[in-house]
Write a protein that binds this ligand. Structure first.
Ligand code: NI
Ligand code: MN
Length: 225
């Protein structure tokens, strides 16, 4: 499985021959100026919630790739309104796709669409594919809801927001590893804006001290998981 980071909470998982793109936000990210969004491939695009920093480049990438877009009902309705054809709405629970099962899970946050229409509830996702189990938390505060995932899954990697202010910070993410029973974290949602600036070296040292791993690939970097 390959993980490519595109900044903020945008990343691509290349797993079992399928490319999953999450929360595309590139053009308006000053840290991602070197990324050419026209080269990004996707078979599926998953949207955690309707905030601009998760959806700004969706319409263009979806139309170019004809990827299947998966989002909560209210966000999916907004996406369809933009003329995107291949959209599947989901709600909390387990959904079955041609690639396998996807669980849409609770995130403690808010959600509105770019036109400020109601975005329903924000979400995270658990993806089981190619013998791996990946949890992407979306934008969320620390929540006991995460504990149920440790009962349901053996999570290989947890992709967690670590920038604080709008979401969990590094210390909360460390607590989340206990809730999730998963010591391998990939950090997202940090450094893009002043309120979510963090000291990445200190963050990784905190994880190391507890014998946990915090992966922070550079924007544009691909890592093998
Ligand atoms: Ni948000
Ligand atoms: Mn966000």
């Amino acid at each position: 499985m390959k993980y490519t980071y595109y900044g903020q909470s945008c990343f691509q998982l290349d797993i079992a021959g399928k490319k999953f793109l999450f929360d595309p936000f590139i053009t308006h990210n000053s840290l991602a100026k070197h990324i050419d969004k026209n080269t990004i491939e996707a078979d599926y695009i998953l949207i955690s919630h309707g905030h601009t920093d998760h959806i700004a480049d969706l319409v263009e990438i979806a139309n170019r790739t004809n990827a299947q877009v998966i989002a909560m009902v209210e966000v999916a309705a907004w996406i369809k309104k933009q003329g995107v054809k291949n959209v599947t709405d989901v709600n909390f629970g387990k959904s079955h796709f041609d690639f396998g099962a996807l669980r849409t899970v609770w995130a403690v946050h808010s959600s509105s669409n770019p036109d400020l229409s109601y975005g329903g509830n924000p979400a995270g996702f658990v993806l089981e594919l190619g013998g791996k189990c990946i949890y992407y938390a979306g934008d969320t505060a620390l929540t006991l809801e995460m504990k149920i995932l440790a009962d349901l899954y053996l999570i290989d990697y947890a992709i967690l927001p670590i920038g604080g202010h709008y979401t969990m910070d590094v210390d909360d993410a460390l607590v989340a590893t206990e809730f999730l029973n998963c010591n391998k974290v990939i950090g997202v949602h940090y450094n893009t804006f002043p309120p979510i600036q963090i000291d990445t070296e200190k963050a990784q040292a905190k994880f190391k001290r507890e014998n946990k791993m915090l992966l922070l690939p550079a924007i544009g970097e691909t890592i093998e998981l």
